[in-house]
Design a protein around this ligand. Structure first.
Ligand SMILES: [Zn+2]
Length: 157
């Protein structure tokens, strides 16, 4: 069970109420899910998060309708990241540790960028977070978002 105090202090729930952040990074939403680009600093253009709108720690807490919809939405959101980014693969990772609210990382894997290979992606993430590696430029992220928002209705709705 989720206590009201846990939900009140959740950074993902807070982000879902932050109009400026959503205006800047939201790609698509349904009654159950919110797809958004990684906030700044983003490790890569196209690095997205697929959030449950409900405050839940992960798939173990899905309602039946969330469990039924999850596979389709993860597939289509991954297809969107691949199509817009032009990468070869899309990694999906969810720890739910930094914030105990389901936020699935959708990570573009490009063969020509060795920093994106398997667990090296975790090193890139930490280096960008610590300011030791360059983050994705805001111009690239804005361009990515324009193209993703244009494609999302046909792919995800
Ligand atoms: Zn939450």
């Amino acid at each position: 069970m989720v206590s009201p105090s846990e939900e009140a202090s959740c950074p993902i729930c807070a982000l879902h109420c932050d109009r400026d952040e959503l205006k800047a990074h939201e790609v698509w939403r349904s009654d159950l899910w919110l797809l958004r680009h990684h906030p700044s600093p983003a490790p890569l253009p196209g690095w997205c998060l697929l959030d449950s709108l409900r405050h839940i720690g992960g798939p173990i807490s899905f309602l039946p309708e969330e469990a039924q919809d999850w596979g389709v939405v993860v597939q289509r959101a991954s297809q969107l990241v691949l199509a817009v980014t032009g990468c070869e693969r899309v990694y999906v990772i969810a720890f739910g540790e930094g914030a105990r609210h389901l936020h699935l990382h959708l990570i573009p894997r490009s063969a020509d960028d060795p920093r994106t290979s398997a667990w090296k992606i975790a090193d890139l993430y930490r280096d960008v977070e610590a300011g030791k590696a360059t983050s994705a430029s805001s111009v690239c992220v804005k361009d990515w978002l324009l193209r993703a928002r244009a494609l999302a209705p046909s792919l995800l709705s």
